[in-house]
Design a protein around this ligand. Sequence first.
Ligand code: GLU
Length: 510
Amino acid sequence: MTASNIRVRFAPSPTGGLHLGGVRTALFNYLFAKKNNGTFILRIEDTDQGRFVPGAEQYILDCLEWCGISPDEGPHKEGAYGPYRQSERKSSYKKFAEQLIAQGHAYYAFDTPEELEKMREAFRTESNPSPQYDSKIRLGMNNSLTLPIDKVDELINQGTPYVVRIKMPASTEITLHDMIRGEIVFNTDQVDDKVLLKADGMPTYHLAVVVDDHEMKITHAFRGEEWLPSAPVHVLLWDYLGWKNQMPKWAHLPLILKPDGQGKLSKRDGDRLGFPVFAMDWQDPKSNELTKGFKEMGFLPEAFINMLAMLGWNDGTGEEIFSLEQLIERFSIDRIHKGGAKFDFEKAKWFNQEWIKKSETKRLLPLVQKILKNHDIEATEEALTEIIPMVKERCQLLNDFVAQVAYFFQDPVQIDVASVQPKWDEKKQLFFEGWKKTLQEIETWDAAVIENTFKEAATLAGIKPGELQLPLRIMLVGAKFGPTVFDIAFRIGKEATTRRIGHFLTLLAQ
Ligand code: GLU
């Protein structure tokens, strides 16, 4: 199939860990692009030098790769529209700022931080605690609208720091058509004269996003709802720069909310409530603080993106488990919700468990083997190929495999004697001593044979086998979990089974 001209972009700022809301934005861009045979672009919005964090760009790429949604074009994979880092496109923005000034849609502003603060103080009222630089105020300030032209030239020639601001029209209605929300009408009085070019010559997000979306021929833009208040500025810029007919179609995605629905989910909520908010572990290079990610918490990427897709979208059938291919096939903008989506960590774990259950052993094997290795458990591929299907449905997180698998390879260290002791008696003691001897004599070590000898010995001793199974489980596993106990005995072998029974009996005798 030849590529369509549909081009979408994920445009993060490299400022730290990648929030799950960011991954969802990337995912929806990706799904839309793939569904329409289009191109998914990564653009690094790094014009705010003060917030730039080294390593964050590579980390973003790694997260997208882990999720299976690697971009088709980006700083790692130059296409025809590069460079893909805004800091490397600096020279292309200035001429547009100058064009806007020449057209009377923007102006130079020389106000110092002190002057700006003075203005805010002067106009601050109870109902307007942070007055904005706008049509009511700009004529009292230090800018190319108020200063004579030769003074402006002089200031610029002297190297006086300046910014370029958009001249927002007063009391004008701006209409935006959003693919999710329909027509949205803004009044320009709600928006200040945003800075377009900063004193360091870098554009702000507002100018850069419009210029780049135009130059990169972006056709559709999915971004978070938090950008909606800035949208009228962007609509005006598309118009002023003469590109109105090429403006991308907008889709502002609903917020991802805290579990209680009270506001936007933040990293701090994750820290407070004990769940990850970032896609992958993020170590802040300045503070060295390590923030846990979904990957390292033991999520499968299939589950992570499936869960994210369902935060704000569904396919209308009530089905919830979808692979990336299925999501591409079923994705449609008209099924994206307008309202915020509450994040529920229990539900996220449920998605992961469903995906662990669904995954083939060969998919899980290298992941489980790696986790076990980190816990000093050496497990062969052959053994794990048999064990993974036995225990996987008990694992919500990949890390749960450690507890579920460890006792197959190591004698348990923690043994829950207390769960057995109250109902323990001499009859049971004699049963296990006797059965242990029987086991030693078994020639064909097989789960069914082990079970038969167990039942026969129980009948002979006059004890219900059900009463003996829990003690046997505790002996072999150390605790009350795991698959059928005879399958465990079979798997760990005769020697380990009899050794663990013997060890337990000595523990009880103490
Ligand atoms: N750089 C913005 C961000 O960090 C991108 C917003 C947009 O997609 O327009 O989210």
